[in-house]
Design a protein around this ligand. Structure first.
Ligand code: FES
Ligand SMILES: [Fe+2]
Length: 330
C-alpha cells in the first residue's frame, strides 16, 4: 500500500519546467521513486533512474538522439524503455528500463506513478493580457500537506515575515468566506485596504480581495485583486519527492502593463526569495520536530479552516458544498 494519500499516489505531477529540460538529463524524485527526465528528438521521456544492467543512474549519462545512454557500458534506452543499443553486441539486450507516462503541458513536464489518464489541469492565469513565468523552486524539506498549507496560511506571515508580507504591529479586521466545493476549497479575504507590509504594497498597491485556493492533488493558488482586477496570481504545483521533501513549481501572472516582463520576473523572484527562505527554514524545523516526535497531532486553530479540506481532498474524498464566514484580524 502506498504511503501517500490516494489522490496523491494516483496523481500527475510536474517534474521539470520545459525551459530547464534542454540537453542534459535531470535526476528527479517522485514519491520515493528516482526518475530521470530527458528530452529526446521526439520530445520528453521519463524513465526509472536506474540502468537495468548494473543499476547505475541513467541521469549521469547523456542524450543520444531519441535515447538516453548509460555512462557505464553505454546501453541506450528509448522513451518507452526499450534497449536500443548494447555496444559490443550484434543486437541490443532485451531488458527494458521502466518507462513512465509523460506529458508536456503549460510549460511543465508531467508524469505519474499511477495509471490514470492526464487530468484537466487546475487553471493558471494564462490570459493574453498577463505576463507570466515559471519559477522552479529548490526542494524543501516538508510534508506535502504542510507545504501546501504554508502557502495558504494567513496566520504565520505576521510572525515569520513581519513587515514583508504582513505588519507585525497593525492588524485589521478582514471578512473571510471559506468555501468548500466537491473538488476544491478556498478562502476569500475581503481586505479593501492598502496592505500593511512593504511587499504587497509595492506589488499590488490597494488590495481589495485575496483568495487562497487548494485543488487536489497538491495545487495551491493565491490570487490578489485590486480595484481594476487581478494584480498578482501565484499558482504552485507541489511535487512530493519523499514523505518529507517537496519540489514546488510556482507560476506567476501579472497584468501586462507597468514594467517589462523580464524586469517583473527578476523583481518578483528577488522579492520572494527572502520569504521563501523563511518559509523553507520553518518547514524544515517543523519536519524535523515531527520526526523527533514520530507521531504528530495537528490542533485545528480558528485560523485553520482549510487544513481538514486539504487533507480530505488529498485522500481522494469529495467535499460537501458548504460556506463558512468568519472575521479574522490580519
Ligand atoms: S550499468 Fe548501464 S550499461 Fe552497464
Ligand atoms: Fe510564508
Amino acid at each position: 500500500m502506498s504511503a501517500y494519500p490516494h489522490a496523491v499516489s494516483a496523481g500527475w505531477f510536474p517534474i521539470a519546467t520545459s525551459r530547464k529540460l534542454r540537453g542534459k538529463p535531470l535526476a528527479r524524485m517522485l514519491m520515493d521513486t528516482p526518475l530521470v527526465v530527458f528530452r529526446g528528438e521526439n520530445g520528453p521521456a521519463v524513465l526509472l533512474d536506474s540502468c537495468p544492467h548494473r543499476n547505475v543512474a541513467l541521469s549521469a549519462g547523456c542524450v543520444r538522439g531519441n535515447d538516453i545512454e548509460c555512462p557505464y557500458h553505454g546501453w541506450r534506452f528509448a522513451a518507452d524503455g526499450r534497449c536500443t543499443a548494447t555496444p559490443g553486441a550484434i543486437s541490443p539486450a532485451t531488458q527494458r528500463a521502466r518507462a513512465m507516462p509523460v506529458i508536456e503541458r503549460a510549460g511543465l513536464i508531467w508524469t505519474t506513478l499511477g495509471t490514470a489518464p492526464f487530468p484537466c489541469l487546475p487553471p493558471i492565469i494564462s490570459a493574453p493580457g498577463f505576463d507570466q513565468f515559471w519559477w522552479e523552486i529548490p526542494s524543501s524539506r516538508a510534508g506535502l500537506a504542510d507545504a501546501v498549507e504554508n502557502l495558504l496560511d494567513p496566520a504565520h506571515p505576521h510572525f515569520l515575515h513581519p513587515g514583508i508580507v504582513r505588519s507585525a504591529k497593525i492588524r485589521r479586521p478582514v471578512d473571510v468566506t471559506v468555501r468548500f466545493q466537491p473538488d476544491h476549497a478556498e478562502a476569500i479575504y475581503v481586505e479593501n485596504s492598502r496592505p500593511s507590509a512593504w511587499m504587497p504594497r509595492l506589488l499590488e498597491g490597494v488590495r481589495t480581495i485575496g483568495i487562497g485556493r487548494f485543488m487536489p492533488p497538491s495545487t495551491a493558488q493565491l490570487i490578489f485583486e485590486g480595484p481594476d482586477g487581478v494584480r498578482l496570481a501565484i499558482s504552485v504545483f507541489f511535487t512530493p519527492e519523499t514523505a518529507t521533501s517537496v519540489r514546488p513549481f510556482a507560476h506567476f501572472a501579472t497584468p501586462r502593463r507597468l514594467a517589462p516582463a523580464i524586469i517583473k520576473r527578476a523583481l518578483l523572484i528577488a522579492f520572494h526569495v527572502p520569504v521563501l527562505r523563511q518559509d523553507q527554514a520553518m518547514l524544515r524545523k517543523q519536519t524535523e520536530n515531527i520526526a523527533r516526535l514520530r507521531r504528530a497531532n495537528y490542533a485545528l486553530g480558528p485560523l485553520d479552516p482549510l487544513r481538514p479540506a486539504i487533507t480530505a481532498l488529498m485522500a481522494g474524498d469529495t467535499l460537501a458544498a458548504a460556506e463558512q464566514r468568519l472575521t479574522l484580524y490580519l
